[in-house]
Design a protein around this ligand. Sequence first.
Ligand code: BTN
Length: 231
Amino acid sequence: MRVFRFEEIDSTNRYLKEKEDKQDYDCVISKIQSAGVGRRGNTWVSKEGMALFSFAVNEKNIFKENQMKTSLMMGISLLHSLKKIENLDYMFKWTNDIYLEGKKLSGILIEKVGEWFIIGIGININNKDFGYASDRATSLINTTGKYYNIEDIVFTIINDFKKALEYNSWEYMLSEINKFNYLKDKEIEVVKENSCIGNGIARNIAYDGTLEVEIDGSIKNFNIGEIHIKR
Ligand code: BTN
């Protein structure tokens, strides 16, 4: 595994996407990002003390039928890694956020470039500053008061994901995703391009990775959209 370290970069995902000679599990780590990217084109607040990294996985490492579920597999593998590091009550928010004490601890942005999955992860670790997301975010240090070695955490996460791809079945991962399902039984709104496309009670994550939402007594499955929790 090659590691590319930066004091500051615009975005580790951008760097790896544009890198010509990608190798499996190439990893880019930066202390800060000047233009961190979140999902749906959002800005990702990138403060010192966060784990900010991206790594490359060739599609040949992921069973074809599971490729659509890569973000779910990454999310649950990340939750398991975090539990090994500090055994806290993390929850998995479909499709790929980790929550702790009702606040966002980590986000994942996966982009596909040719045959490569570029997996970008931001985790609030040693930072107490969350920029404009301060009312919605938390960090490990906020909860435990402990200071962590960020690189150790990054390498644990990447190695665990590599092993999960090799050994874990989707059935196992899905049961874990449902065990830690943050949205379960919450009243939610599914929003796409600023309009509400569904309103109901979130239930399980289905076998195909979609979210089951109970609307007027029947289940409707959603595979895209932004989730707004009503209560
Ligand atoms: C989200 O929750 O919207 C996903 C956030 C992903 C942020 C990470 S930080 C490292 C990598 N580089 C980026 O520009 N984005 C991802």
